[in-house]
Design a protein around this ligand. Structure first.
Ligand SMILES: Cc1cc2nc3c(=O)[nH]c(=O)nc-3n(C[C@H](O)[C@H](O)[C@H](O)COP(=O)(O)O)c2cc1C
Length: 226
């Protein structure tokens, strides 16, 4: 049986230093370990000229699966990524393409994974309108916690994120949709708990520095009825 092909498109302008690259590359590596032929490209480089766009479309024609891994920008995707999706959609519509699948991973700065839902819906709509089979979307909150570092070197806090990607690779390899459990595990990523605790600690330290730590729970405007 011939090998299946996966193409990772990294939407972040931060390219190799990005969370999008680290998370997408981990999933790509897991598919490679399962016998897939894999390829990666940075969207910004792939759409900047006529020549690079033809490299993108050539890679697209050869692939069975696209993994789009992108940061969340203003509840949507970076402009380069939107442009790439437009180019891909136009190409898919103008030629009679083979069946191809799409999975999206969106990571945000804010810790709540739900921040990414609108952008994932945009990816889903893109998949439907371009004739891809939509395998599902993985929402990652607090993406800056990864910040370009290899996932397996980040320690126990990232265990659920890694498990989510392993489960996703298994499902993709079997031709299945991204399982609910993988989505749940990615949403459970504990950076949210850390984020709020560090934020609270920071506020308390600031209050202590300003000599108002004992007043931190005061509500001076409470009786004004606002
Ligand atoms: C222009 C811009 C817009 C952003 N908009 C959002 C946003 O709407 N919500 C959010 O949670 N994070 C937002 N972020 C933060 C990024 O999504 C976050 O830092 C992400 O982890 C970057 O991923 P990357 O390393 O893959 O580029 C924004 C960042 C930039 C630079």
């Amino acid at each position: 049986m011939s090998k299946q092909n996966a193409l990772l498109l990294v939407g972040s302008p931060r390219e190799s230093k990005s969370t999008s690259d680290v998370v997408g590359s981990y999933l790509l590596k897991k598919l490679d370990e399962r016998g897939w032929q894999t390829k990666k490209g940075y969207v910004g480089q792939l759409i900047k000229s006529e020549e690079s766009r033809s490299i993108l479309l050539d890679a697209l024609d050869k692939t069975d699966l696209i993994i789009l891994s992108s940061p969340l920008y203003i509840d949507s995707l970076p402009s380069n990524t939107i442009r790439a999706l437009q180019v891909i959609k136009q190409h898919r519509r103008s030629c009679n393409n083979k069946p191809q699948r799409l999975v999206a991973i969106i990571n945000s700065g804010f810790p709540e994974a739900e921040q990414n839902y609108t952008a994932l819906q945009i990816c889903r709509r893109f998949a439907i309108e371009s004739g891809f089979e939509w395998l599902g979307g993985l929402p990652l909150g607090g993406g800056s916690g990864v910040d370009g570092k290899p996932l397996d070197k980040l320690g126990i806090l990232f265990r659920k994120l890694i498990k989510s990607l392993n489960l996703s690779a298994d499902a993709i390899n079997k031709g299945e949709l991204i399982p609910e459990k993988a989505i749940r595990l990615m949403k459970d990523y504990p950076i949210m708990w850390l984020y709020f605790n560090i934020l609270q600690l920071g506020i308390k330290l600031l209050a202590k520095k300003g000599g108002v730590l004992d007043k931190i729970h005061d509500q001076p405007f409470k009786d004004l009825g606002w």
